[in-house]
Design a protein around this ligand. Structure first.
Ligand code: IMP
Ligand code: MG
Length: 177
């Protein structure tokens, strides 16, 4: 059984950090239109909160990324559904994810969306498991660096559970007694 073992970031701490990221983004994109690409499902809550605190004009699209292939590290291929509903050519695009782990998801999205010739392409993540990085990926806006533990809540799941938690917690296998 997977259970919550420790709260890493409470609601207030998350709110403060999200507002801080939004303020930095609003400053950096002043005078421009911003196009957010939110990576479902995990980023839905973060995206909603982040957007509400961004003060420049902002549009948003949602994509779903899932890995397919043989399931080994080397065959890690991503399928993106649905395809983007908007032409991002010439737009200032910011990828939004709640957590970056190996970096493979963001790296392959950079690869794909660069081909669409946006004016700029950057990423914002709330959590970064930096010690796990295998793909080279630049992250313009990062909330917290976290240790290599499996976390849930604030949109993130384990087997579809825990997404509704308003805080971020470590999930661990509990000993059955
Ligand atoms: P990456 O491609 O290895 O960077 O993986 C990023 C994706 O893996 C995230 O968008 C999450 O969906 C998932 N993920 C990675 N670590 C965690 C975690 O600790 N909890 C929940 N989901 C995670
Ligand atoms: Mg998941």
């Amino acid at each position: 059984m997977i259970e919550i073992s420790e709260i890493l970031f409470d609601e207030q701490t998350i709110n403060d950090k999200v507002r801080d990221l939004a303020a930095r983004i609003s400053r950096d994109y002043a005078g421009r239109n911003l196009f957010l690409i939110s990576i479902l499902k995990g980023a839905f809550m973060f995206t909603a909160d982040l957007m509400r605190s961004i003060t420049v004009p902002v549009c948003v699209s949602f994509i779903r990324v899932s890995s397919y292939g043989m399931g080994t590290e080397s065959s890690h291929k991503l399928s993106i559904t649905p395809e983007l509903d908007v032409d991002i050519r010439g737009k200032h695009v910011l990828l939004v994810d709640t957590i970056v782990d190996t970096g493979k998801t963001l790296a392959s999205l950079y690869g794909k969306f660069t081909n669409h010739n946006p004016a700029s392409l950057k990423a914002v993540v709330l959590l970064d498991k930096m010690s796990r990085r295998t793909a080279e990926v630049s992250i313009a806006y990062r909330g917290f660096e976290i240790p290599n533990k499996f976390v849930v809540g604030y949109g993130m799941d384990h087997a579809e559970r825990f997404r509704n938690l308003p805080y971020i917690a470590v999930a661990q296998t509990s000993q059955e007694s």
